[in-house]
Write a protein that binds this ligand. Sequence first.
Ligand code: FES
Length: 217
Amino acid sequence: MASDDPSKPTITKADDLTVGGCAGSQIAANQGLYGAFIMRAKKVDKIEPPPPVAAQPAPPSGDVYVICDRRDIRDRMGKSFPLMRLWDDGKLRPWDIFISRFGKQYFAYENSCPHQNVRLDWEKNNFYEPNYLKVLMCGKHGAQFDPETGVCISGPCEGKRLTQILCFLDGDDVCITGVNINLDVEVEATVATDPNADAVLENNGFKLQQTKREFFK
Ligand code: FES
């Protein structure tokens, strides 16, 4: 770009342009040098996404929460429950758990595979490997988990484990504790976002019952 005014420099290539921030740009603009602010994009090979939430789950409330009746879950089956969990920034966030039954025992886990953090159910309320019904199985890549400990015994996340929640029977009630969830919030049916779990994420007609009693006091 050549200037007709001899008092202004002639710019012939990009390197002749004044480079600077707002101040440099303003000076250049005052001199009639428009377009003098150059930004060069730099290629970034890998951008790490920020952690989804900086907050942590709030400390346990000390309450016991009745989740369902023991007869609601058949042997070698499970049931998912959408809960709202309190975080230490004071916010409630959706938190999916499932209760699985193995004989007379009941176990509660976060419904999240340690491989890719997706839900495990490969069919509605079905968490067990379908042939022998002895281990839990993730529907996405087939990782298998010991039903009592949640340890992955085969698959892409072998050696890792599901996040277990304290769960016990009190009479006919299946209870969890050691968490901080809010019973007063209406729990919305979860929207399926995982192709692995079409139609699985219904609400199960689930409504939390009352806090049963103070547990740790
Ligand atoms: S996401 Fe569960 S095995 Fe891959």
